[in-house]
Structures are given as C-alpha cells and as structure tokens.
Ligand binder design. Structure first.
Ligand code: TEU
Length: 544
C-alpha cells in the first residue's frame, strides 16, 4: 500500500453557514472561518473540507449552483476565498472544496439557455424527455420529490432532477458538458485548492433508456449505472491526475466491491470515498451491523483502496445522538466514537462541532426547520393524508438540520455564532456545550480529539496498520488490533450503556503492554487486562 500525505490526514468539515458569522447577517461566512483557523489548526487536523460557497439561489444550502466561478454573497467574495486559501496554506493545512456537478441550479445560465427552446444549443446539456401517454417519461422518484421529472410548459417537455426541482441534472453523456466541468475544475485547482469532495458522484450516469423502475421508491436505481466509471476515468485523465490533490467521492449505495472500482489504486479514478452503508442502514447503533460493514469494507478494499471514516456530516445527524448516548454518557460516548473512527482503517473526518460533542436537536414545529429534503418529504407525506404531527415526529431523528444548527462557541447569546438573527435556531444546550467550556477543561472532548490526532501523527500503525476484528460476534464490544512493523495496538470499545465484561485474548495481556489512551481518566497504566469490567461507553487503546 503506497503511503501518501492524504492517507495520513485528518479532515475537518466546515459547514460555513453555521460556523461563524462576522457581518451580522445571521449566516456564517468565509471570513468567520478565517478567524477560526487557529482553533481548527490547534485540533491538529490537516485538511479542511468546505461545503459549497459558490453563487447559488440557496434552495439546497449551496448545492444548487448558479455560477461555479463566484462566491455567494452570504459567504463572502472570491477575494475572501483567496485569502482563506492563503491563510490555510500558511498554517500548513490544505483545503478541499465540494464539487457539485451531477446537477446545477435551475438559475444557472446554462439551464436558463437550455430551457429557452427545444432548439437551444444547450438543450442537450440537461436531460429533456417527451411525455409518455401525457405523463412523466417514467416512474422514477427523486431524493427530494415524488417524481424526478418536472414539466416545462414553454417547451412542452419534462426535465430530469435527481434532487429538488430547482436542481436539474446535467447530461453527462454530452462531451460539451464534461469539458465545461473539467475547465471549471482546472480553474479551482489552478487557484491552488487541494482537491475535491465529489458530491453525489455515483449518480452521473443514468440507466440506459430510462426504463420504469420495479420499485420507484427504492431510489438505488439512480446510482452506479453503466458509464459512470468511464466519466470518472476521463475526469482523472483530463484533470485530476495533473494535480497532487485529494479526491473523495460521495458514493451512496455502493458495496465494497463496487467501491473498489471508484478508489482502487490501479483504477485511476478517485482516491477514497464516503460509502453510506452505516448512514443509510443504521438508524441507531447496532454493533454487529457496524462491525460487519467495517469488516466487509476492509476485506473488499483489500489494501488496494482507501476508506473514509465518518459517522456524521451536514446530511447525517450528530453521531453522539444517533450512535452514542447524548444524555448520561455524552462525553464518554463522544470520545468512544472518536477513538473508533480514528483507529479504524481509512481516513477520519470530523464534522464541525463533533469535537465538542454537539448533539442533535428537536425544534417544536416544521416552521423551525430549513432542510429542503425534510420539508419536501413532510409535504409529500401529508399530501397522502398522513397526520401532520405524526409525519413531523417521524422526520425529526434524521432531519439534516440536526447537524446544521450553528456552532456553539460560548454561552453568550447565539453561542457567539452571530450578533444578528441566526438563519436557523441554535440548539438550546449551547450554554452547557460550547467551545469555550471545552477549551477550559483538560479532560474535554476537544482535548481528547487533540490527543487522538497527535497519536495519529506519531504512530503510523494508526494509519497503515493491518486490521483484525477479534470480537465479531459480540453485540456490545468491538475489539480489534492494528499491526505494523512489529507494533501492535489493541483497541477495546464497549459501546453499551451498561458495564460489559471483557476477557483478554491469550497472549495480549503481556506485562510490558502500555496504555496509549483511555476515555475514562482513572484507568491504571499497569492494571491487568486479563479480565476487565468495561464501563458504559469505555474505550481503551493498548500498545502490546
Ligand atoms: O447528498 C447526496 C444525497 O443526498 C444522497 O447521496 C444521500 O445523501 C445518500 O443516499 C445517503 O442518504 C449530497 C449533499 O451532501 C447534500 O447536502 C445535497 O443536498 C445533495 O447531494 C444534492 O446536491
């Protein structure tokens, strides 16, 4: 396995609109990120992933781009972005940006031209179809609406959208589209950014002939279609391979074997990927399921591809709420999840606020929510006659707004996020959970993340060590080793809300073992681990 700078990196994701507002408009901005770069640097991270800040009508919080070459006014200006890049590089960090090229905004000039006439020179830059028997061309739904087709009265055709009506899909079969995207990518890479997070990249190719789906609700028919890897190989050959960058693909619904097609080192496509087996199929913690996923991906990538480890981001609710215990074991479980993500094979991602154990939120009414996915789904379900309160309650746990509430800097009004009216309410627990408080405590979650990241820098075994699960059948314990060049680490995790007995495997409880880190501060260095009663959400790492 080739060693590279990005494989050894820890990535910190900044959802800038919720990070820090410096002009009082209630939205975070790029200047706010500049002002907090030292906070991020002090955590120890290497790469910042910035969610889209390009010009956009903001229907899907920047994922509906109307100009790839300018910055939306809420976020700042291209000059501020240039300064952000300079300041990030000055601190020895790198910047990757979202590449959103499966679709544009319906207000992008390309689409405005395309929809102007059936004979527009850009008509074939998007996907237009005739009605079938006076209706939509097929029965596909989109991620954000009951149908993936929107009728355009002026030209009497439907256009295709994988997401919202306001996000028409680009036609990747059209080489003019691909070349225009590649030119835009070069613009950003020649500016000096250090790579891309490729949004919804598994959707670029559509099923041949657009046939009806057997089950239109099982939206996986939109992903991993023939032709996709041809596009990624061309993108790599024409753009990516010319720069020393990181490319991480967001590839929903792929198996490890398919994942290897995206990131296999001999494939010349992408470097690593976010798969979604956990995010999509584990609404709450299931240790056996999680270990199965980890073990299949380790086997599937088989040392030829690199995984990306995350449990939350701007689309997936806060990990300590969804997979930990944000009530009586918030601090312990936040540290346990971090220990796991930073010691599993692959590169760990930290989503802003995760490092202080920010939690999910439950606002009282749908009016308090912003997420287009949640609001569209709410409308869709109540239109079917479902009880609005029942629908609302059902959407709360997985609403994307759970992880989009503003960063909690301190206990002052609006948690120090803004002096204006925040674009979305804050989580009311910001008086207890905030950066200022964590920085004051030597045993805070932030301090623990700092230690984990420092360990990674000093111990290649965390990055390149062979992995072996020693606890496959255990429903509460996750125990595994990482081994490299004669160094062997034993990671012991009790993911339960109760005590769980641990019996050490033969030969591991050797007298010269060393406690590397523990999330409970009273673990004795020399204590035997032959038989240990692990406390709720207890994590330990030993060097054997
Ligand atoms: O999300 C892609 C997306 O919504 C699906 O891949 C889904 O996340 C996956 O199946 C897991 O459930 C990206 C962005 O992260 C999201 O914020 C945007 O709304 C979306 O694309 C459209 O650009």
């Amino acid at each position: 396995m080739k060693r590279t700078w990005w494989k050894e990196s820890v990535v910190y994701q900044v959802y800038w609109r919720s990070f820090l507002d410096t002009d009082g408009d209630g939205y975070g901005d790029l200047q706010g990120l500049i002002e907090k770069l030292d906070y991020i640097k002090n955590l120890g991270v290497d790469i910042i992933w910035l969610n889209p800040a390009y010009q956009s009508p903001d229907k899907d919080n920047g994922y509906d781009i109307s100009d790839y070459h300018t910055i939306m006014e809420k976020a700042g200006t291209i000059e501020i972005l240039d300064n952000l890049l300079l300041e990030i590089h000055k601190r020895g960090m790198k910047l990757i940006m979202d590449l959103v090229v499966n679709h544009t905004s319906d207000q992008h000039p390309w689409f405005v031209e395309s929809r102007s006439s059936p004979h527009s020179p850009k008509r074939d830059w998007y996907i237009w179809k005739q009605p079938e028997d006076g209706k939509e061309p097929n029965n596909w739904r989109s991620y954000f609406s009951p149908s993936a087709w929107e009728w355009d009265q002026r030209t009497e055709q439907y256009y295709f959208h994988s997401f919202a009506v306001e996000q028409p899909d680009l036609n990747w079969e059209n080489p003019e589209v691909r070349e225009a995207i590649y030119a835009m990518m070069r613009f950003w890479l020649e500016k000096g950014i250090d790579g891309f997070r490729l949004d919804a990249i598994a959707l670029l190719a559509k099923p041949d002939g657009y046939p009806n789906a057997a089950d239109p609700q099982d939206i996986r028919y939109l992903t991993n279609n023939p032709g996709l890897h041809t596009y990624l190989k061309e993108m790599n050959e024409k753009v990516l391979s010319h720069f020393d960058i990181l490319t991480v693909g967001e590839a929903a619904y792929v198996t490890p074997e398919e994942g290897l097609k995206y990131v296999g080192e001999d494939r010349n496509e992408l470097h690593t990927l976010f798969h979604f087996e956990v995010a999509d199929e584990m609404p709450s913690w299931d240790m056996l399921r999680f270990k199965d996923i980890q073990n299949r991906w380790y086997e599937g990538l088989n040392g030829k591809g690199w995984n990306s480890q995350f449990l939350n981001n701007h689309d997936h609710t806060r990990q300590v709420t969804r997979y930990g215990n944000d009530k009586q074991y918030r601090v312990e479980s936040a540290k346990l999840l971090a220990t796991m993500l930073h010691t599993l094979p692959g590169m760990p991602y930290i989503y802003q606020g995760e490092e202080i154990g920010m939690t999910g939120v439950r606002f009282p009414s749908i009016g308090d929510y912003n997420d287009i996915a949640m609001k569209n789904r709410y409308e869709e379900e109540i239109l079917k006659g479902s009880d609005p309160q029942v629908v609302f309650e059902s959407l709360l746990p997985l609403s994307r707004d759970n992880s989009r509430t503003p960063m909690q800097w301190d206990e002052t009004p609006n948690a120090g996020f803004t002096t204006g009216a925040p674009w979305i309410k804050l989580n009311p627990n910001y008086k207890e959970i905030n950066v200022k408080r964590d920085l004051e405590s030597p045993n805070s979650i932030y301090r623990y993340y700092q230690k984990l990241i420092a360990l990674r820098k000093a111990n290649p075994v965390m990055v390149y060590g062979d992995y072996q699960d020693l606890s496959e059948g255990d429903p509460h314990l996750y125990v595994y080793t990482r081994e490299l060049d004669g160094i062997r680490w034993l990671i012991i995790l009790n993911h339960a809300d109760h005590e769980t007995p641990f019996t050490c495997m033969a030969g591991f409880d050797n007298p010269n073992k060393k406690l590397v880190i523990a999330n409970y501060i009273d673990v004795q260095q020399e204590a035997s681990i032959a038989h240990v009663m692990l406390r709720p959400h207890e994590a330990r790492i030993y060097s054997l």
